[in-house]
Write a protein that binds this ligand. Sequence first.
Ligand code: GAL
Length: 715
Amino acid sequence: MKPLNRVIVLLQFLLITLSVSAQGLSWTEVAPGVWKAVAGKPEAYNLLTAADVTPNKTALARLEKAPFPLLREEIKVRFQDGKTYLRLPLDRTEQLYGFGLNFQTVHQRGKILQLHVDHYGKSDNGRTHAPVPFYVSSKGYGVLINSARYLDIYAGSAVRKDSKNPPELKDRNTDKTWSARPYSDAVEVLIPAAGLEFYVFAGPSPLDAVRRFNLFNGGGTLPPRWGLGFTQRVHRLYTAEQVLGEAREFEEKGYPLDFIGLEPGWQSKSYPCTFEWDKGRFPEPERFVRELLSKGVRINLWTNPYVSPEASIYPEIAPFTASHTVWVGAVPDLSMPRAREVLFSKFEQDHVRIGVSGYKIDEVDGYDSYLWPDVATFPSGHSAEQMRQTYGLLVQKHTFDLFRKNNTRTYGLVRASNAGGSSFPYVIYNDNYSHEDFITALINSGYSGVLWTPEVRASKTGEEWLRRMQTVCFSPMAMINAWSSGTRPWSFPEVAEQVKQMAQLRMQMMPYWYTEFAKYHYQGTPPFRSMNLEAGFGQEARKEKNSASLEENPYEEAVTREVKDQYMAGEYLLVAPLFTGQSTRKVILPKGRWYDFYTGTFVGNGEVISVTADLDKIPVFVKDGGIIPLMAPRLHAPKAGERVDMEIRHYGQKNGKYLLYDDDGETFDYEKGRYSWREIKVERQPDGQWKGTLAVAEPGKPNSVGTVSWRFMTQ
Ligand code: GAL
């Protein structure tokens, strides 16, 4: 070798060594199948410190063992201008999902996003209620960037000169396949901080990666049984008498109701808030709450956290609030223990102690026009940006703690969340009110450890009312949010009966919903999730067409087919909603035999079917061997210890097996082992008949099952 060449080789060697050490990534397997990497000087305050939850390592250890899913040397970091650049590799056929609560798209590969807590503004640009910096790959792994900063994400959109797998060079003059979006083999992230902590979650399947993510965040939430019942929100200026009257009407008309939500007018002043009952509308709050409770109906309170200068807690909390106000209300620095103590002891005293069941915590997401600006300061020293990214987590965590102290579960609503929030008993909602977007959000929620409700507010027609009601009954919270419209389930007489049946079906399915939520909690499996997480469903980002007519629009993007209007609900159900004006739609069935939920008849196997459904039915399909436990129809969730009769349904030709979850449904005693999983089996007998069995209840364990009857749906 010539001396000059030797020098070059030596230089190359040095460069490689330097880039490895310049990466400065230190890796630790922090839980089975979960690796943490630290680069530079990560900030002490991040999403996981704000959420402050403990990973469920026992449950993580029960998942299939999996090796580190990427090539470590292909993960790179770089520091410049006090910022950190992170790069992760992508394969040619890989699709990406997640990056928070998106409303219009499921496939995220090729996206440029700025993850930023905000009210969704009709574009999937990263500004959303839960911009969770976690993505899942179709190859079966997940990545979480644990930073409370606004993050710039290039999710396979930017092409590097040093790409290992570069796109083909094409000539636009003559080549019809030229694309304005050439293939990129990297996810690149810009973190505006001098260091970073991030996590890699192993599969082997994409669903396993999601499970690990949820379990690492403490496991999914387990709502109280009543949380899965029906809920109505009433006009903001309703009085106690009017609320009681509303509950009475539900009862008399035979519509289920488990909790009623009060909107701003329960407070003496709102926007900004006093957190105090209005003496005129609610002269005796405790009596009011207890009276409803005695009728099996709970109360949920709307609030935002912005403190009115006229609130009794104002003088005490003022020193612990931000430099800027929201609607002239002080913004508590909820990262400070003292601010939390002052605010939440008010909640405890005035609400939780008298039996209020939960909150709807509004407006912690934005819009920019009213939220604290990024130039605001907080007494803890955390920046306005960090507070914005974590405020939703903070309000959830610390209100949840109030109920936990009381050994009473809660289930409420919140408008912002982030990574780390899987175990918080809150469902996200917004004001966008597009039925289609609401379903896509429901699908995406399952990738991010959050829950979403496609709430029903008002409708132009009975058809729309019923169609929306159907999807809300197949979601984490069956809610009518009638605060401004005053609509009630029976408001459209032409569909009032169908709406009632739908709401009753929601109630009947409670044992199934409850068990599926228990799987979210104990196993990390999201109860409502994308078809892409279902085995036997094509994962690839199939390029459908690149219609780019170069004359008309040279930059037109290639269209990839994504499924954003059908989803999985629990282990066995595939839900394919119909929207107003539709009576027929296509449904993509994963491999395996599928059956109609209502009749048990076979509908198809790994194929695209066209379904026509009457107005009173939402198309729902059951996997072969599916078991759905139902309880007798009723207006309120069963109370702790109450036994209810069950009808257990079996679908298809395969034998079936299901583990039915049980506990008291109201307290945290399940954390002390007071729960059970009882095996349900349905097997074909030698004479061709089906036979079902339910394992006997373990002595001393909760048992809410009364008499069981069996229904073999497929003949
Ligand atoms: C909105 C919220 C609505 C309702 C309303 C009350 O911000 O999204 O659901 O609660 O405030 O003022």
